[in-house]
Structure formats: C-alpha cells, structure tokens
Design a protein around this ligand. Structure first.
Ligand SMILES: [Cu+2]
Length: 125
C-alpha cells in the first residue's frame, strides 16, 4: 500500500468508528415529563438529525402529550413511528406536531423515524 491508500483506509476506518459511536454510544439526553393542567404529561422534543431529548420518562396511567418540533426539512425525519402504540405520523417541517397516548404498561418503548435511523425511547414507570 502506498501513502494515499493508507490515508484512505485510515479515513474509512475513522468514519466507521464515528458512525458506530453515533448509533450506539452517543450520550443520551433524558427528560422527565412535566404534568401540566389536567394532569397531561407534556414533553417538548426537538427533531434535528435526532431527537432531543431522546429518552423520555413518563408515569403510567396518565395521558402523555409529546410535542415534536421538527427543526429541519431533511426527509429522514419526516415520519415518526411509535409501533407499540400503533402510531405513525407525519412531522411537517418547522412545525410542532402533538402526539397523544396513554401508557398503561411500564416498559421501554422505542420511537424512530420512518427508516429506523433516528431513535428515541419512551420509558414508562
Ligand atoms: Cu430516517
């Protein structure tokens, strides 16, 4: 291998390491829901290359309202899936989309974009 090949190989290995880190080891931003008027647990989530916060803690048995603000028009994030609650919703860019659900069972429920690339979880306590 000459120097250029070595550099390309090293660069590729570096990119792979970055992708692995991003998907599996990136730090999570955890938020607990705040119960507002009427006892609805509200959480504001920003959608931009990911979900922030991406771990949302709620109490079971009380309505939850997730306010997804999509701060981009990248097609990756245009759909939100929350399969355990049979939810599939379009998130229009630069708007807030409210998604309501009633968590009955404690557990950890994943939500993702339409391609399962962006991920977050709803933790029901
Ligand atoms: Cu996506």
């Amino acid at each position: 291998m000459d120097t250029a090949q070595l550099l390309v190989t090293a660069g590729g290995a570096g990119l792979i390491a970055l992708v692995v880190w991003f998907f599996f080891f990136a730090p999570h931003r955890v938020a607990a829901a705040v119960a507002g008027t009427g006892g609805v647990q509200q959480v504001d989530i920003t959608v931009k290359g990911g979900y922030s916060p991406d771990v949302i803690e709620v109490e079971r048995g009380r309505l939850v309202q997730l306010n997804f603000y999509r701060a981009e028009d990248n097609s990756c994030s245009e759909e939100l899936l929350l399969p355990d609650f049979q939810i599939r919703r379009e998130l229009p860019p630069f708007q807030t989309t409210a998604i309501e659900l009633l968590p009955r069972q404690p557990g950890r429920y994943e939500f993702t974009c339409g391609m399962h690339m962006l991920r977050g979880s709803l933790v029901v306590k």
